[in-house]
Ligand binder design. Structure first.
Ligand code: SAM
Ligand code: DTB
Ligand code: SF4
Length: 322
């Protein structure tokens, strides 16, 4: 596809995106790309509303997988290894997040996948958080048959499971599972009637073409994910990617814009890496079509901007939390 075609084209939900057509979006002049993303954004969303989810790590460290970015891998991670959180602590954290203005509570576990006995405990957490009147999300790794339905019955709204990077780059970052395993779990989640939260990480030394290729995989899912987290790599000491070359901030904004254009109806989440971004860069991400963030001073093992700072940023930008 030529650049001119990329500018004119208005995607419809049935259109299949190619890595080449998305790379052509990345290559547009920055202003043209942002204008187009903002147009798509306004056709499908309230341009000044941003959804806020708070994350809690309910089981940290000691993971069997070797994901090259992750501080929680037992093979290279430096995150302390912990046991599963207590139900009462989870409920207290969810209530505090709700009081601060988060609408969704996301619970993450450093597992390849949950054992059935773990799932019973997580199901109780989901039920209790749901009872507070919050949306629920979990990210627990790969699911076995029946586990997604168990979570749905407990009241789960969203399951986060990322494709993380382009298929052609995946093997350079992770060797203990394949990207096809991730698709298997996403199918189980969708079949159980749970909303899909699926995105990836940029800034791992991948090419622009690989970023486009990841977005093509996401956009061509049928239907595309309900929520698409775009994480910027947070380089973690001890991990194989601790010295990955930093991404040009404008390239990150371009990735958000391309996600917005190719997945018009999805929520696009400005995810990990916000602590390293200034307010002006975050404002550009919102202009490019990001309409969701992680809210609260911690992600799983790393920091996130303070809630009060985000509140002030929302005020300055006239953004409304939803
Ligand atoms: N173990 C589960 C899994 O892999 O799906 C759930 C937890 S895992 C930490 C959730 C996601 O966090 C990963 O898929 C990855 O996209 C993101 N993530 C982990 N470490 C990161 C880092 N250092 N920088 C940016 N994103 C990261
Ligand atoms: C997602 O895509 N990003 C969040 C959430 N899903 C679970 C996790 C980001 C983790 C950042 C590194 C850390 O805190 O360990
Ligand atoms: Fe384990 Fe998930 Fe970290 Fe991979 S990303 S090492 S599966 S916690």
């Amino acid at each position: 596809m030529t650049l001119a075609t990329a500018t004119r084209q208005t995607p419809v939900p049935t259109l299949r995106w190619t890595a080449a057509s998305i790379e052509a979006l990345f290559e547009l002049p920055f202003n043209d790309l942002l204008f187009r993303a903002q147009q798509v954004h306004r056709e499908h969303h309230d341009a000044n509303a941003v959804q806020r989810s708070t994350l809690m790590s309910i089981k940290t460290g000691g993971c069997s997988e070797d994901c090259g970015y992750c501080s929680q891998s037992a093979r290279h991670g430096e995150a302390p290894r912990e046991t599963l959180a207590e139900l009462a602590d989870v409920v207290a954290a969810a209530q505090a997040a709700k009081d601060k203005g988060a609408s969704r509570f996301c619970m993450g576990a450093a597992w390849r996948g949950p054992k059935d006995k773990d799932l019973d405990a997580v199901a109780a957490m989901v039920g209790a958080v749901k009872a507070l009147g919050m949306e629920t999300c979990v990210t627990l790794g790969m699911l076995k048959d029946g586990q997604a339905l168990r979570l749905k019955e407990a009241g789960l709204d969203y399951y986060n499971h990322n494709l993380d990077t382009a298929p052609e780059f995946y093997g350079q970052v992770i060797s203990t599972h394949a990207q096809s395993d991730r698709f298997d779990t996403l199918g189980k989640v969708r079949d159980a009637g749970i909303k899909v939260c699926c995105g990836g990480i940029v800034g791992m030394g991948e090419t622009r073409r690989a970023r486009a290729s990841l977005l093509a995989e996401l956009a061509n899912m049928s239907p595309p994910p309900d929520s698409v987290p775009i994480n910027e790599l947070v380089p973690m000491p001890g991990t194989p990617l601790e010295n990955a070359p930093p991404l040009d901030p404008f390239e990150f904004v371009r990735t958000i814009a391309a996600a917005r254009i190719t997945m018009p109806e999805s929520m696009v989440r400005l995810s990990a890496g916000r602590q390293q971004m200034n307010d002006e860069l975050q404002a550009l991400c919102f202009l490019a079509g990001a309409n969701s963030i992680f809210y609260g001073d911690k992600l799983l093992t790393t920091g996130n901007p303070e809630a009060d700072h985000d509140e002030a940023l929302f005020q300055r930008l006239g953004l409304r939390a939803v």
